[in-house]
Design a protein around this ligand. Structure first.
Ligand code: 26V
Length: 807
């Protein structure tokens, strides 16, 4: 039956055809899916631009305060389906494309993921941008337009291989190049004193930052914000001097060195990179962003003194922390503001979010490098530090306290502590879950909290429900809307209205049917990408996130092997058929994490080809985890693995995505798991293992893994199998060192939590065997996690950090 095409769809169809002809230069008869994607995106973008201008105009006319979110990473993924959904144009676009014989899903699938981030920190920035637009908070996200985002992961013979991700190679229809918005960024050189006593920096090298703007559409299209990403260009692109003097190679090298700044995203994640290029990236985007927001402020208001009334600058971790010194330089050296006034402005403007307490992720830069690359900024850091330490001394700080709060670490070669710089330069410092904020106060920032009390505050993370429920799981969304009405689309708190249906057998069946569909679709995807055939009737037990020792994928693998051993010992036992699903990238230089990926793949290979456990257990590692893959995985998970060593996962946000889609969590009392358990209730979550208050001391005082293993036959059997080459018959010693390392120093307490984890997994299997109970818990998870909407998180930032009127 041909549906009548709406006027909106017909207008879209016309526009798409016109874009195809005049912008893409194609013909409908011969257009590729990629051509249609470009045409459809350009037509969609046209429907955003007027709202974008209106949002800007209103901000200016009303003199609204604006949030500038400075982040090295924005892990935004695909934009077309998100923009269509927020504009309410999904169905019209489907019809419009149907009209030219093209499938909307196929068109959307052409879009490469904008993988401009590593993991949690970058994805949080993307969810926050969407929420600020949805709430109508004027905001700009400032970052770097990396030509190569996070590497693409291939799995070859079980091992991770990295290939460059060139998301821009076919052009990016979303962005507007702003060739008129450029700033010069200096590096090196020296500082000279002017006759009037002022100081001027003469950089030895100047790189130009060019703005590229992408619109960020909020829910229902009411408000549109800007993602402004900086690209680096050589100031003298041809280096004519060098070129004309015959040094053609030298000229190219200088150009490449300048443009290297926005070439590639560091894939470090929780591991401070330490290279000069990384510091250049940090300063480059912090300086460009601050110059940009100052210029705009002066254009609109003409008075630098009111900066903090009109702009709130949020530092996403310490990556933009050099901005504290840079704003002081711009205020004092360029704008001529007197130091103390400038410092008040800076502190009122900045606030800083910490995302990890892992010691190896805490950034610090050698003083010598800073002096060479950013000589004036280094002087300013000394001046900030002198005043900061003087204040502390007046408050009675002794030498030990002074050395702990100093911006300069004198113990590891002289280094600038970027977390300290961000802290002293901010009026608020926040953690990302209740536990994490508490640990900030009692550990890394304990001394600074004494010297500068009252600044630390908690803002538990959230996720945007538009992407992670409505777009990722349209089937479940329809069911929810049919059941409790459409208000839930605008008011996530309404999800609580589902609770009364948790025991309703018909609703449970409908809920389970949606899960089943998502599992079937993931089964097809896994088969296409890995050749492994899954059973959608089995329990899908999922751990997807960056591969890191503290996240303990190894613990999950050990349980997998334990299960395998038990099933083989009693193949006729009454087992719950299970599927273990892993995905995630390891930092390319993180050998232990890469070995864990290899082990997961090797274990999968042996188990999946063993006929004894054919219908009982499957293990798959899905390559190249990214935002788009996550959108297929979240709706298909029955069990969400959140099993980090307690005290080490700052918050987690995958945990929220799973729970929202109705997965039950097996997890430690870590990060936001604690707050999830408080909301869904302990009967609807599987908590196990040591608590942070136990794990912390145990790790510090040294824990004896050998003793734990000696007392646990099951664990011994698992480790013996791995160490002796059961899963690597072609190279029996492949995992011997890994197992011996675990016994010698089990830093992340894998063996300590093993017994508790296995026992809790047994409870999971039991609950799965009682479907009415399982699905009741699943529904209650969805019903009870509305608080984890990033809209709620953003309202808290607006209210308690940014001093914005909350709408
Ligand atoms: C550090 C570095 C060092 C240099 C190389 C590149 C790079 C990239 C990222 C990082 C720090 C990553 C910190 C991070 O992602 N933390 C995660 O933040 C999430 C959002 O708050 C939170 O849910 C996770 O628990 C936390 O691990």
């Amino acid at each position: 039956m041909a549906m009548e095409i709406t006027a909106e769809a017909e207008a879209l169809r016309q526009d798409i055809l016109s874009k195809l002809t005049y912008e893409v230069g194609g013909r409908a008869e011969r257009a590729s899916a990629r051509d249609w994607f470009l045409a459809a995106t350009l037509a969609t973008r046209d429907r955003i631009v007027d709202r974008w201008r209106a949002s800007n105009d209103e901000t200016v006319a009303q003199g609204h305060k604006r949030v500038c979110y400075l982040s090295m990473e924005f892990l935004i993924g695909r934009l077309l389906s998100d923009a269509l959904g927020n504009l309410g144009l999904t169905e019209a676009m489907r019809q419009a494309l149907d009209g030219v014989g093209v499938d909307l899903e196929e068109v959307c699938a052409q879009e490469p993921d904008a993988a401009l981030g590593n993991g949690g920190l970058g994805r949080l920035a993307a969810c926050f941008m969407e929420s600020m637009a949805s709430i109508g908070i004027p905001a700009v996200g400032y970052g770097i337009r990396y030509e190569n985002g996070l590497f693409r992961q291939l799995i070859q013979d079980g091992r991770q291989m990295e290939v460059p991700e060139d998301w821009l190679s076919l052009g990016n229809p979303w962005e507007f190049e702003r060739s008129g918005i450029t700033y010069d960024i200096g590096f090196g050189g020296h500082v000279v004193r002017r006759p009037d006593g002022g100081l001027v920096w003469h950089p030895g090298e100047v790189v130009r930052a060019i703005a590229y703007d992408t619109p960020v559409v909020g829910w229902r299209g009411h408000w549109v914000n800007t993602l402004r990403l900086w690209s680096a260009r050589a100031t003298d692109p041809l280096h004519l001097d060098a070129f004309n003097s015959g040094d053609h190679v030298g000229a190219q090298l200088t150009r490449m060195q300048a443009e290297a700044i926005s070439r590639v995203l560091y894939p470090g994640d929780e591991n401070a990179a330490g290279q000069e290029l990384r510091l250049r990236q940090e300063y480059f985007f912090a300086s460009a962003s601050l110059q940009d927001l100052i210029q705009r402020h002066l254009r609109l208001y003409g008075d630098i003194a009111t900066l903090a009334e009109k702009v709130a600058v949020q530092l996403n971790d310490t990556h933009p922390a050099i901005g504290v010194a840079e704003l002081m330089r711009l205020l004092v050296d360029v704008q001529g503001v007197e130091w103390d006034r400038a410092w008040d402005i800076a502190r009122a403007t900045f606030s800083y979010t910490n995302h990890t307490l892992m010691p190896e992720a805490l950034e610090s830069w050698p003083v010598a490098l800073m002096e060479r690359l950013l000589p004036r900024n280094m002087q300013i850091i000394y001046l900030i530090n002198a005043r900061h330490l003087e204040k502390a001394r007046q408050q009675g700080a002794n030498d030990a306290l002074l050395s702990a709060v100093s911006l300069i670490d004198e113990h590891h070669g002289r280094r600038v502590r970027m977390g300290h710089l961000a802290f002293v330069g901010s009026h608020k410092i926040n953690g990302v879950s209740a536990l994490h904020t508490g640990l900030m106060r009692s550990t890394v920032f304990a001394e600074l909290d004494r010297v500068c009390p009252g600044r630390i505050t908690n803002k538990t993370n959230g996720i945007t429900f538009r992407r992670w429920l409505m777009r990722a799981n349209p089937g479940l969304t329809s069911l929810i809307v049919e059941t409790i009405g459409p208000r839930v689309l605008d008011e996530p708190e309404r999800l609580a209205d589902l609770a009364p249906y948790a025991r309703d057998a018909a609703f449970q069946r409908a809920f389970a049917a949606q899960r089943r569909k998502a599992k079937e679709s993931l089964t097809r995807l896994v088969r296409a990408r890995t050749g492994v055939m899954l059973d959608p009737a089995s329990l899908f037990d999922v751990q997807v996130k960056r591969i890191h020792e503290y996240k303990r994928q190894l613990l999950n693998i050990l349980h997998t092997v334990a299960l395998y051993n038990s099933m083989r010992a009693q193949p006729m036992g009454s087992w719950v058929p299970q599927t273990k699903i892993f995905a995630g990238k390891a930092a390319p230089s993180y050998h232990q994490a890469k070995l864990i990926i290899r082990l997961a793949n090797d274990v999968g290979k042996v188990i999946n080809s063993d006929p004894t456990v054919r219908d009982l257990l499957r293990v798959v590692f899905i390559p190249n985890y990214n935002v788009t893959l996550a959108e297929s995985i979240m709706p298909a998970a029955d069990l969400s693995e959140q099993i980090s060593t307690a005290g080490l996962e700052a918050s987690g946000t995958g945990n929220m995505k799973f729970a929202l889609n109705g997965a039950l969590t097996i997890g430690t009392l870590d990060g936001a798991n604690i707050e999830i358990s408080e909301r869904v209730g302990l009967e609807n979550i599987f908590i196990f293992g040591l608590r942070a208050s136990e794990a912390g001391p145990l790790r510090r005082d040294g824990y004896d893994a050998r003793a734990a293993v000696a007392g646990n036959d099951e664990l011994r059997g698992v480790l013996d199998a791995i160490a002796s080459g059961v899963f690597s018959p072609e190279e029996p010693d492949r995992y011997r060192a890994l197992v011996e390392g675990l016994l010698a120093h089990d830093n992340f307490l894998v063996t300590a939590d093993f017994a508790s984890y296995v026992a809790t997994q047994r409870q999971v299997a039991q609950r799965w065997g009682q479907p009415a109970e399982w699905w009741r818990s699943a529904v209650l998870n969805t019903a009870n996690v509305a608080w984890f909407s990033s809209d709620r998180t953003i309202r808290e930032y607006a209210d308690e950090i940014w001093d914005l009127p909350v709408r």
